[in-house]
Design a binder for this molecule. Structure first.
Ligand SMILES: O=P(O)(O)OC[C@H]1O[C@](O)(COP(=O)(O)O)[C@@H](O)[C@@H]1O
Ligand SMILES: [Mg+2]
Ligand SMILES: [Mg+2]
Length: 334
């Protein structure tokens, strides 16, 4: 099989399909290089003294792991010098990070969840990085938070890396979803899947069932019906998986279908769900839709949500189209 590297693929997109400008290609190469560096740090584990908790909390009040901070720093440093960026925003930083001393101003805004699945770091279970690229407004002088508050449908690129048994990078530039595997000996990303597709039907669901007592009625109804199996209204048995790293759960769904749910529940109504719109839900929704799946917050397409704040949380239902449509219809029927 002919090996196609990430660089070759991006050049192909730029030259043959006129799908991405050269500046965006260079930006993506910098992000991919940063993910390679994070993968290296993750792989060292205890030998690199990267495990364990840091003495700090992020803006969401979550205790940070050392790798949350290391990964954030790697992405900031790489992109300050390398990308065509005006500013960055991260799940781990209270506010935006404008690129210092940049003239002319870069054309893009980069958002990331530097290390997704933090609770899995110390137990050697797959974790990852999620990122999203938006266009900066023409003639932007000094970037502000408001510049980032664009609906997900405006994303020009979204991607994630999984640091698991293999390190993979999955990405969309709006022309399907491709997967690249890191060749650790050569240090290069090699395309291993082209045009990933999520089957419309599935017999597998992912949700943290320990929250069941807090779920709202539409979610409870939907899960109960699946649990009822062959003798219930769905007339088939379902399997359940929950890795607790969104990147790894979504990667499984891209490969064999399934539905992933992190609903809002009866706790803390001002914080609907756990996942963050700008760093997790939007990039994953773009990828899932590009692979033929669907993504909603129970009421509407995630990509249509107009963000109100940078660290906004949102309920998430994504994956196999027919299942996402069913659980969304239960919300609308209530
Ligand atoms: O521990 P819970 O409540 O099951 O939550 C798991 C979810 O939290 C997350 O770890 C949140 O991401 P972070 O690790 O980036 O905070 C998701 O990846 C995952 O789906
Ligand atoms: Mg996360
Ligand atoms: Mg994180």
């Amino acid at each position: 099989m002919k090996r196609i590297s990430l660089t070759q693929y991006l050049i192909e997109e730029q030259r043959l399909h006129n799908n991405i400008p050269a500046e965006l290609r260079l930006l993506l190469e910098v992000v991919a290089r940063a993910c390679k560096t994070i993968s290296h740090a993750v792989g060292k584990g205890a030998l690199g003294e990267v495990l364990g908790t840091a003495q700090s909390e992020n803006v969401q009040g979550e205790v940070q792991k050392k790798l949350d901070i290391i990964s954030n720093d790697i992405l900031l440093e790489a992109n300050e010098w390398g990308g065509h960026l005006a500013a960055m925003a991260s799940e781990e930083m209270e506010t935006i990070h404008p690129i210092p001393n940049r003239y002319p101003m870069g054309e893009y805004l980069l958002l990331f969840d530097p290390l997704d699945g933090s609770s899995n770091i110390d137990v050697n279970v797959s974790i990852g990085t999620i990122f999203s690229v938006l266009k900066a407004a023409d003639g932007m002088q000094a970037p502000t938070e408001a510049d980032f508050l664009q609906p997900g449908s405006k994303q020009v690129v979204a991607g994630y890396a999984v640091y698991g048994p293999q390190t993979v990078l999955v990405l969309t530039t709006g022309n399907g979803v491709q997967c690249f595997t890191l060749d650790r000996e050569m240090g290069s990303w090699v395309m291993t899947q082209r045009d990933m597709q999520i089957p419309a039907d599935t017999k597998e669901f992912a949700i943290n069932a320990s929250n069941a007592r807090h779920w709202h009625p539409p979610v409870k109804r939907y899960v109960d019906e699946m649990l009822a199996g062959t003798t219930g209204p769905r007339a088939k048995d379902f399997n359940m998986r929950w890795i607790a790293s969104m990147v790894a759960d979504v990667h499984r769904i891209l490969n064999r279908g399934g539905i992933f749910m992190y609903p809002a529940d009866a706790r803390e109504p001002d914080k609907p769900g756990k996942l963050r719109l700008m760093y997790e839900a939007n990039p994953m929704a773009f990828i899932v839709e590009q692979a033929g799946g669907a993504a909603t917050d129970g009421q509407q397409r995630i990509l249509d949500i107009q963000p109100e704040k940078l660290h906004q949380r949102v309920p998430v239902f994504l994956g196999s189209k027919n299942e996402v449509e069913l659980v969304t219809s239960y919300h609308k029927a209530k």
